[in-house]
Design a protein around this ligand. Structure first.
Ligand SMILES: Nc1ncnc2c1ncn2[C@@H]1O[C@H](COP(=O)(O)OP(=O)(O)OP(=O)(O)O)[C@@H](O)[C@H]1O
Ligand SMILES: O=C(O)[C@H](O)[C@@H](O)[C@H](O)[C@H](O)CO
Length: 165
């Protein structure tokens, strides 16, 4: 099936990496983790529990956009928290479709407590939730619940993905 460029988005701990990687394997698409595109300065900041600001995020979003324009279109795990960030990604890769992994704070905190991460501090969850701007009808998207097993989340998404063939 031919897919548009996909952004698996949401706050830290929602499962972007796990679910994005799984979807890519199931759909035969390339997977890009935006975590791998951060500068060392950004990583150090997050490791110290300091939220990134717009200035930190713009160069990173530029790298994310460049990945999104690859052929064939990849599946990209990226927080994409603010509308302005998503508008920029869509301006660069206009067919971009967003899947927003959504769940309550409790589940997210539980996920974060169970994992270890190269640089993301679990203390950043509240700043992530405050920064998040919900998707609007102008953005091609759907929400996917995370209170399911990883296999069920992937299935939920695959059943709803837009495709061109
Ligand atoms: N549906 C799920 N059920 C159970 N565990 C999950 C689920 N989704 C993710 N997890 C687990 O929660 C933790 C966080 O997932 P993951 O690293 O994929 O999140 P993320 O959104 O990429 O986070 P970050 O943005 O901080 O990198 C991992 O340990 C992952 O295995
Ligand atoms: O936008 C941001 O604040 C950051 O980029 C984070 O969201 C990280 O990329 C990621 O979620 C942690 O691994």
């Amino acid at each position: 099936m031919d897919l548009p460029p996909l952004v698996i988005m949401g706050v830290s701990g929602t499962g972007k990496t796990l679910i994005g990687r799984r979807l890519a394997a199931e759909l035969g698409a390339a997977f890009v983790d935006a975590d791998d595109l951060h500068s060392q300065d950004n990583k150090s900041k997050m490791r110290a529990g300091v939220p990134l600001d717009d200035e930190d995020r713009w160069p990173w979003l530029k790298s994310v956009a460049s990945e999104l324009t690859s052929t064939p279109p990849p599946i990209v795990a990226c927080s994409a928290l603010r509308r302005s960030y998503r508008d920029y990604l869509r301006a660069q890769a206009p067919a971009t479709f967003f899947v927003h992994l959504t769940g309550n704070r409790e589940i997210i905190v539980e996920h974060l407590a169970r994992r270890s991460h190269e640089f993301m501090s679990p203390t950043l969850v509240d700043s992530q939730l405050e920064t998040l701007e919900p998707l609007t009808v102008e953005e091609a998207h759907f929400l996917a619940p995370i209170d399911l097993s990883p296999a069920e989340v992937s299935r939920y998404i695959i059943e709803r993905l837009p495709h061109t063939t």
